[in-house]
Ligand binder design. Structure first.
Ligand SMILES: *[C@@H]1O[C@H](CO)[C@@H](O)[C@H](O)[C@H]1NC(C)=O
Ligand SMILES: *[C@@H]1O[C@H](CO)[C@@H](O)[C@H](O)[C@H]1NC(C)=O
Ligand SMILES: *[C@@H]1O[C@H](CO)[C@@H](O)[C@H](O)[C@H]1NC(C)=O
Ligand SMILES: *[C@@H]1O[C@H](CO)[C@@H](O)[C@H](O)[C@H]1NC(C)=O
Ligand SMILES: CC(=O)N[C@H]1CO[C@H](CO)[C@@H](O)[C@@H]1O
Length: 475
């Protein structure tokens, strides 16, 4: 893609102080010291309002050959809030205690968070008929949002946009990637697409006659890890057969329900293995249950248990934010107050059951042909996977990659991996990576599903490399 110098001119948002939002009168600024953050609603369709929040990096470097990148973060779910979870629990400038996060991805790029699709987080619809029912509809709404934000900000247009997704967000990324390319080609959208990055299209199915790779990988993997025995594997297998049959029959909604049953069976047989880190028990890892990247039924159960334990044991309770690290109180309290534009009757929730339900018919549908199309068009596609992730097990992701029809796949498979280390850290192997032409893969060691939370340092190194960020090192 064409490179152009980054202009330092950027439409400035106001500096916001958290003054008076904290008991004890403790004043804080956000870590974007130059104060450039901005947020708003875009009415993506009549009566459908999508919320976005943009942070301009205070670490911007001017480099003629390497424009400063922008990352659009897509949370999964479907229905999980990027503005809350991705921002405050994973990669944004502040954590849920409103303390600075030293591993924020802002040190490599500007960050754009969205509550996508409409109905998620602070986004809302004035009529429940307006929820999206397919990934394509979600992509169309997001493209409308990008037009609104990018078309009138010339400085933004000089930065390449990287779509970075976690979990179900990977499915959105594939459809959004194509939708953005189309809008750019037709002149409707003015931006440069830098590339796509995602993990874990774990609901992905590959053609009706092939295996459902991720779900099929759960039981054998857990058996190898001593977390399931043969009896447990047998119970899981009868459900995976059922899912396979339902997919073949095109019963995608039923397949989504069976997927949830499969999670339950595995959970019971394994004494509650954590789907986000197979070394842990459910609810033990720092984000999982609040992030609710789960089927709704299971999510709700674990979610309340996790929040209860958070309230009891939050290391942040009694500190500045007064939210005790509870993201729900944070978003509906100090953050809502700071943003000022959230309608009174819109309550932030980290996972919208209505949004999930509305997408249930699309949930199990594959997006691999979209990824093939993007690869054929020369778009850089990066897949990353945490070693300890179960719900999107690496085994499944690798099998998924093997099903690509992209002409470079054979050579990709033959290419050797290189070890990666944490930038500025010691020479401990933190993962591996390989690339062939525009397909890239990162294996991140010691990380579960929430890679930037479990391995913040190497995640930052990875994102700097993918976006070719001109920042020399992390801050
Ligand atoms: C893809 O990424 C590589 C670096 O990994 C870069 O050299 C190349 O320019 C990128 N291609 C596009 C089309 O952005
Ligand atoms: C962030 O801080 C922690 C401890 O305070 C430290 O171990 C870690 O190396 C720091 N990370 C970065 C990216 O500076
Ligand atoms: C909030 O209330 C207004 C009227 O005050 C109404 O028009 C709107 O639909 C409500 N929004 C939601 C999400 O309930
Ligand atoms: C694969 O690699 C071989 C050997 O380097 C090369 O001749 C061939 O053109 C490559 N094929 C593709 C499709 O990239
Ligand atoms: C994200 C961003 O900076 N948006 C700005 C784009 O330009 C308009 C018009 O000047 C501003 O209002 C936005 O804040």
């Amino acid at each position: 893609m064409e490179k152009s110098p980054v202009s330092s001119v950027f439409l400035v948002a106001s500096v916001f102080f958290f003054l008076s939002l904290f008991h004890g009168g403790l004043a804080k600024t956000t870590t974007t010291q130059d104060g450039s953050e901005d947020w708003g609603y875009v009415e993506v369709r009549p009566k459908a309002h999508m919320f976005w929040w943009y942070y301009r990096s205070p670490y911007r470097v001017e480099d003629r050959n390497k424009p400063w990148p922008i990352i659009l973060w897509l949370q999964g779910g479907p229905g999980a809030s990027g503005v809350g979870i991705g921002n405050f629990q994973e990669v944004g400038p502040l954590d849920t205690d409103l303390e600075p996060r030293n591993s924020t991805w802002l040190s490599k790029a500007d960050l754009l968070f969205v509550d996508n699709p409409v109905g998620t987080g602070f986004s809302f619809v004035e009529d429940t008929k307006l929820f999206v029912e397919t990934d394509e509809e979600a992509a169309t709404d997001l493209t409308t949002l990008l037009m609104e934000i990018f078309n009138r900000n010339e400085s933004l247009q000089k930065s390449p946009l990287y779509i970075v997704a976690e979990s179900y967000g990977g499915k959105y990324a594939a459809t959004l990637g194509l939708s953005v390319l189309k809008a750019v080609e037709s002149g409707k959208l003015k931006l440069k697409l830098g590339g796509l990055v995602f993990i874990e299209l774990h609901w992905e199915t590959v053609g009706s006659h092939q295996k459902i790779l991720w779900q099929f990988s759960w039981a054998p993997l857990l058996k190898d890890l001593s977390r399931l025995d043969t009896n447990g594997v047998q119970k899981a297998n009868s459900l995976t057969q059922k899912i396979k049959q339902q997919i073949e029959n095109g019963e995608f909604g039923d397949a989504t329900d069976s997927w949830s049953d499969l999670e339950d069976v595995i959970s019971t047989s394994s004494s509650s293995v954590d789907f986000y880190n197979f070394l842990l028990d459910s609810g033990m890892d720092p984000v999982s249950s609040t992030a609710a990247e789960l089927s709704e039924g299971v999510a709700m159960k674990r979610y309340s248990r996790y929040l209860d334990s958070l309230r009891r044991s939050s290391p942040g309770s009694g500190r500045g934010a007064g939210s005790g690290g509870d993201i729900d109180s944070l978003m509906n309290g100090p953050i809502k107050k700071k943003l000022k534009i959230i309608p009174e009757n819109v309550t932030w929730g980290e996972q919208s059951g209505l949004v999930f339900d509305s997408l249930a018919g699309d949930f199990m549908k594959p997006r691999i042909s979209e990824v093939d199309e993007l690869l054929a068009k020369g778009v850089n596609v990066t897949v990353y996977n945490g070693q300890l992730d179960l719900i999107c097990a690496t085994k499944g992701t690798e099998a998924w990659v093997d099903k690509l029809k992209w002409e470079g796949l054979k050579n990709f498979s033959r290419t050797d991996r290189s070890p990666i280390y944490c930038e500025g850290g010691d020479r401990v192997t933190k993962g591996f990576t390989k690339s062939y032409r525009n397909l890239h893969f990162y294996w991140i060691l010691g990380a579960g599903h929430f890679v930037p939370v479990d391995q913040p340092c190497v995640a930052l190194t990875m994102v700097g490399a993918i976006t070719q960020s001109p920042s020399s090192s992390s801050t």
